[in-house]
Design a protein around this ligand. Structure first.
Ligand SMILES: Nc1nc2c(ncn2[C@@H]2O[C@H](COP(=O)(O)OP(=O)(O)OP(=O)(O)O)[C@@H](O)[C@H]2O)c(=O)[nH]1
Ligand SMILES: [Mg+2]
Length: 275
């Protein structure tokens, strides 16, 4: 069983840059975290690549020489996935994919992927899907302009544009539907909160995987899911707890991470507001 799991892990490499705002030590911390994210999402990190630069290359994130080095490594080592520590722009992602010819992800993809895997309640699923749609929307156009430029205008122009517009409209409609759905649930939750009255409330807040749920289980005698991976908890759990005759409401919440995708901050805003 264990052997099979090891074999199934997707061979990946991770890439980050050292800049004036991000020292080598800082980058190593971020890459440690990115490696843990990769493991949580079902991958194994074979090698880390880093480059010192003033600012990311607008076309390829790293320099062209570094990208070539990565390309050879991928070929020689049968790498399936390359993961960048910062969110790539739609055009960077497109250019890099074309050059490396393998799956190209960034930190945001990875976190969204883990959240999608973890979301259990309809509220969490809705929040995650909203974040995914918002990440996807600006990238839809990128996909089509890329095809148009590569294959020339003839035959691509009409259908291509129609298809972008159709796809974008579908995604935009979905976004407004999901936002409405979240609003409805928020209202229900606000009502539940006011019904709980003036009870003292305690929230466990902190970095992901520090042991919030473990503490919740110990103190609140609850049975929240605990695991040595990132983002085991997405949904807030509230338990009525009594310590030394003082009753209070204890809540366990989603954990924090550095470079949290802005799309997720927006869609989990009400969860964070509650905290
Ligand atoms: N050594 C040690 N491990 C702990 C302690 N508390 C929790 N753990 C372990 O740390 C891991 C993460 O614990 P969780 O309680 O799931 O952490 P969390 O903060 O709820 O994490 P997320 O929900 O993923 O954000 C689990 O493997 C726990 O068994 C502790 O006090 N000491
Ligand atoms: Mg937890």
């Amino acid at each position: 069983m264990l052997e099979k799991e090891v074999i199934d892990f997707e061979k990946s490499i991770i890439v980050g840059i050292i800049t004036q705002n991000q020292s080598e030590d800082k980058l190593n911390e971020y890459l440690d975290e990115l490696e843990f994210l990769t493991f949580t999402a079902g991958g194994t990190v074979v090698k880390r690549f880093s480059q010192k630069m003033d600012k990311p290359n607008p076309k390829t994130f790293v320099g062209t020489g570094k990208l070539e080095e990565i390309k050879y490594f991928i070929k020689d080592n049968d790498i399936k996935t390359v993961i960048f520590d910062d969110e790539l722009t739609p055009s960077q992602s497109k250019n890099i994919t074309k050059e490396l010819d393998c799956k190209v992800l960034d930190r945001t993809n990875l976190i969204l992927d883990i959240f999608a895997q973890r979301a259990e309640t309809s509220y969490a699923r809705t929040q995650v899907e909203l974040a995914q749609c918002q990440y996807l929307l600006p990238r839809l156009t990128g996909m089509w302009t890329h095809l148009e430029r590569q294959k020339g205008g003839i035959g691509m122009r009409g259908p291509g544009e129609t298809e972008i517009e159709t796809d974008r409209r579908i995604v935009r409609d979905r976004i407004s539907l999901l936002k409405d759905k979240i609003k409805v649930i928020d209202k229900q939750m606000a009502t539940q909160r006011s019904n709980r009255g003036a009870m003292v409330r305690v929230a466990l807040v902190g970095y992901t995987n520090v042991g919030k749920s473990t503490l919740m289980n110990a103190v609140g005698k609850s049975d929240v899911f605990v695991e040595n991976k990132l983002f085991a908890t997405l949904d807030t759990t509230v338990r009525k707890t009594v310590i030394k005759n003082l009753p209070f409401l204890l809540s366990d919440t989603v954990g924090f991470i550095r470079k949290l995708p802005t799309q997720l901050v927006e869609s989990f805003k009400s969860t964070l507001d509650e905290v």
